[in-house]
Design a protein around this ligand. Structure first.
Ligand SMILES: Nc1ncnc2c1ncn2[C@@H]1O[C@H](COP(=O)(O)OP(=O)(O)O)[C@@H](O)[C@H]1O
Ligand SMILES: Cc1ncc(COP(=O)(O)O)c(N)n1
Ligand SMILES: [Mg+2]
Length: 716
């Protein structure tokens, strides 16, 4: 059974009040009710038949219609041309076997059940006698005064698990029961008072529907053409649906032989084969949204239109594909008038500028003109029109959603992304919108969300290397980046990986006698002065390397950052000289040999060689350990690591300990880490690997630099 029972309205004339049952149902169906049960306990058969006919007209195929108990009225209403889909019977009502016999195999027949013996009775019936069970009550309710004991969510779950048939939850269901009931296996929820007694049944239904949709994965069908290169058509649609949280299905309307450069051939299978694909789906699967793309010719368009009229999917998004990005025609000119019949059945259509011009039958001169045309066309077809500005000759690539009937005129601004990879953007966008609508977003939110997803996929498209023409967008860029699946990691992941990668070196630094003695103040004056002199020599050259990074920086912000760091490094050198002179009092002359020690030379040679190569990413990766390791060590020493006592006025190296715990230095380090790891995240694999090597090497040099002064502890 494929019937959509998700939001099931049971009528109650008393609760509908002056508005009446017919009008209440009309509004509730506007809001997304999928099945209506006329429940009329006291009216005569004749009156029930009349009501069914009126309801059938008001629903107009947008939802299913069944009648409670009155099998004869259902048969009579059908005989008078009403669309009555079936009956819902209680345990004491007419025989389900007789109902099946009189209404035929396609009718929808439901049965109320709430006890284990009811399930035994159902199992004893021939397969196909009943389509679903109405299971309840869930909570005590006034609309069924003689109701059995309430099942609650857990009782419903146990019942549904034991049931051989789909179960709709009924009786006292409130909006907050939707998620738990869906999780408990409900195929739908039946509501009486929350809709019948609502001040605005459409709005109430919309909210129920939204909550229902949000509680599970929507089933989204694309009817479109195949693009074997995977960037547009069916293939793009399925990726887009998956990337946006839907379960994707595809009925192939046409096949193309195309790649990123153009379309070579088109093959259109007989339209009755498309019909078979569509029927196979709708006979078995409740479809939450349909996206329609390339339809090739008038026969195909008419097949889809007729199928929509039977199935009435709750969401229909049509991308009126006429011409591919490459300029090739994807729809017969003869099919354009048939397309109009399809568009009036859509909820949202997504023409690009050229397609909009064809649809309105006139030239579009500019963006303002496009909006005016979309406004008129939206009123004409009764659907929302998303005009796409991808083909504008402008710095901006704006879109606008215009729904004349609903009074929606939403502009979406966005700077044009500098890329050739726009193959399939229209297909991908419309599928994303269909999926997000099916997830319960309203149209403006769905478009906004779909656009920001598409923009990210466009920005990241360079990660793919597909063809030499207009390449595809990277449908899963966001997902892979966030899930750590990608070869392009997030910056934070790079930072974590690199830092972990030097864990061994960091442990070796921590274990150095120099560090330990520095921390607890037992370090002799001589190795300390040696260290200061080497640090001063180092900083002078480090400043030049930083200046080189500033010269190579790709943005002025980064340029300024490295230039400021260079200046900071020079200031640091001058300060070291001053403290060195103070500290050196009483130190033997040999220690003042202001020649760079081997470890200093080695470190500086590595930095200068990297700078000389002129590759900015590697250079800043080589620069980073001096920031990062010092900040880390300084902060830990400041916090008392290894017995350091920075607040102790008698600690001989307290001022040194303070320098490296400076918050401004920590801030600069965070910025440096961000620049470097951002660059690494954006880089290709080979560059990122070279960056990490440069970073690792500098870290090892840091360790050797700390090791060089030796360990002699102060004897005093
Ligand atoms: N270079 C680009 N930068 C940003 N957005 C773009 C770019 N090219 C297309 N888009 C967006 O992609 C979507 C598809 O638009 P468009 O190219 O006009 O339609 P189609 O792909 O059907 O020809 C729209 O949301 C549009 O704004
Ligand atoms: C099978 C098929 N369908 C549609 C398009 C249009 O692509 P776009 O999304 O770029 O307009 C295409 N090139 N191929
Ligand atoms: Mg398109």
């Amino acid at each position: 059974m494929n019937a959509d029972l998700s939001l099931y309205l049971v009528t109650d004339a008393a609760l509908c009040g002056e508005r009446g049952v017919i009008e209440t149902v009309r509004q509730a169906v506007d809001g997304g009710v999928r099945i209506v049960q006329l429940r009329e306990k006291h009216a005569s058969d004749r009156e029930v038949v009349e009501q069914l006919l009126a309801l059938s007209a008001a629903i107009d195929g947008r939802a299913l219609l069944v009648v409670n108990d009155r099998l004869d009225a259902a048969v009579a209403a059908r005989a008078q041309g009403g669309r009555v889909d079936g009956v819902h019977l209680g345990q004491g009502d007419a025989s389900v076997l007789r109902a099946r016999q009189e209404l035929g195999p396609d009718a929808l027949i439901g049965l109320t059940a709430n006890a284990p013996e009811h399930l035994d009775a159902v199992r004893a019936l021939p397969v196909g006698t009943i389509d679903y069970l109405g299971v309840g009550v869930i909570r005590p309710t006034l609309t069924k005064p003689d109701h059995p004991p309430a099942l609650g969510i857990q009782g419903f779950r146990e019942f549904a698990e034991a049931s051989p048939l789909p179960c709709v939850a009924i009786g006292g269901v409130g909006i907050d029961d939707i998620e738990p009931l869906r999780a408990a296996g409900a195929v739908g929820i039946a509501v009486v008072s929350a809709l019948c007694a609502a001040e605005a049944p459409a709005a109430a239904a919309r909210e129920f529907r939204r909550r229902w949709q949000a509680a599970s994965v929507p089933r989204v069908l694309t009817i479109a053409g195949s693009d074997p290169s995977g960037g547009a058509g069916i293939q793009a649609d399925l990726k887009s649906i998956a990337a946006n949280g839907g379960y994707g299905m595809a009925a192939i309307a046409a096949l193309t032989a195309q790649n990123t450069r153009g379309v070579r051939a088109i093959h259109v299978p007989p339209s009755d084969f498309l019909q078979q694909q569509l029927d196979a789906l709708s006979d078995d699967i409740a479809i939450d949204a349909v996206k329609i793309g390339m339809l090739a010719d008038a026969d195909v368009v008419r097949t889809v239109t007729a199928w929509l009229d039977v199935v009435r999917p709750p969401i229909v998004v049509v991308d009126p594909v006429m011409v591919a990005t490459s300029g090739d025609r994807l729809l017969d000119t003869a099919a354009e008038s048939a397309l109009r019949e399809l568009l009036v059945r859509a909820h949202v259509i997504t023409p690009n500028l050229a397609e909009l011009a064809v649809l309105v039958g006139r030239e579009i001169v500019d963006w303002a003109d496009a909006l005016a045309a979309a406004d008129a066309f939206s009123a004409q077809i009764g659907a929302a029109v998303l005009v796409k500005g991808g083909h504008l000759d402008a710095e901006e690539a704006p879109d606008a959603l215009i729904d004349a009937a609903a009074g929606v005129r939403q502009h979406f601004a966005g700077a044009r992304i500098d890329t050739m990879n726009t193959h399939g953007t229209g297909c991908s966008l419309s599928s994303a919108i269909a999926t997000l609508l099916a997830r319960g977003l309203d149209s403006v939110a769905a478009v906004a969300h779909a656009r920001s997803w598409l923009r990210e996929s466009l920005r990241e498209s360079s990660a793919l290397a597909v063809g030499g023409g207009h390449g595809p967008v990277h449908h899963f860029a966001g997902l892979w980046n966030r899930g750590g699946l990608t070869t392009r990691p997030a910056a934070a992941d790079v930072a974590a990986e690199w830092w972990d990668g030097i864990a061994g070196i960091r442990a070796e630094i921590d274990a150095l006698p120099f560090i330990r003695a520095l921390a607890d103040g037992t370090l002799q004056r001589e190795p300390f002065v040696f260290y200061l002199s080497q640090d001063a020599l180092y900083l002078r050259e480090y400043a030049r390397v930083l200046a080189e990074a500033a010269r190579l920086a790709p943005s002025s912000a980064e340029q300024a950052f490295w230039a400021q760091s260079a200046q900071g490094s020079i200031v640091g050198e001058l300060e070291l000289h001053a403290s060195w002179l103070t500290a050196a009092q009483g130190v033997s002359a040999a220690t003042f040999a202001a020649e760079p020690a081997p470890a200093t030379v080695a470190y500086l040679n590595h930095l200068r060689a990297t700078a000389f190569d002129g590759r900015y990413p590697e250079l800043i990766a080589a620069i980073l350990p001096c920031f990062w390791l010092y900040t880390d060590l300084g902060e830990r020493l400041h916090a008392g690591a290894f017995g350091s006592r920075p607040q102790d006025p008698h600690h001989p190296y307290a001022s040194w300990l303070a320098t490296y715990a400076d918050p401004a230095f920590a801030e600069a380090t965070a910025q440096a880490v961000a620049y470097v790891t951002d660059a690494a995240a954006r880089a290709d694999d080979a560059t990122r690997a070279r960056m990490q090597r440069a970073f690792d090497l500098s870290s090892a040099h840091e360790r050797d630099f700390f090791a060089a002064p030796g360990s002699a502890r102060d004897a005093t």
